[in-house]
Write a protein that binds this ligand. Structure first.
Ligand SMILES: [Zn+2]
Length: 146
């Protein structure tokens, strides 16, 4: 039988998760719990992240993580909208900046969710490729008139 997750069985779970999602390092939050940093990371990986994914796929669900999932989705969506807008202005500097911002948002969210393997890394790789491709184009001065 798998070992029980201390975080999941604690009434303080929502508060701890909130702090981590707000940017407090896992080690700092873990120090305020009776559990180890490894236990915290295991919980984030095995329980929080799947719950967030489920929330994103099913916005009607009523879990305490829904606020965060909504915010994360809204952040990504805003960054994407800003990039689309920047592209429509044909201002290379603005476009570059918006691409970098979108990549940063994705990276921050992935890091916060402890996504360190190849899953989900595809978006990030795409964003990085876009950034460097546009960067090279703008630096070369060889871009078409928009
Ligand atoms: Zn757990």
């Amino acid at each position: 039988m798998p070992r029980e997750c201390g975080w999941c069985s604690s009434m303080d779970r929502p508060a701890w998760e909130r702090r981590i999602l707000a940017g407090t390092p896992v080690s700092v939050v873990a120090a305020d719990t009776p559990y180890s940093v490894s236990a915290a990371n295991r919980h984030l990986r095995q329980h929080l992240r799947p719950a967030l994914s489920a929330e994103v796929l099913s916005p009607a669900a009523d879990l305490h993580v829904s606020d965060f999932a909504e915010k994360l989705v809204s952040l990504v969506s805003s960054a994407h909208s800003v990039r689309r807008y920047a592209e429509s202005t044909a201002n290379p500097r603005l476009i570059l900046q918006s691409i970098k911002t979108e990549a940063d948002v994705l990276e921050t969210i992935m890091r916060r969710l402890g996504i360190d393997s190849e899953e989900g890394a595809e978006d990030y790789v795409q964003a990085r490729k876009l950034t460097s491709a546009v960067g090279a184009l703008v630096r070369s001065g060889d871009h078409p008139e928009f």
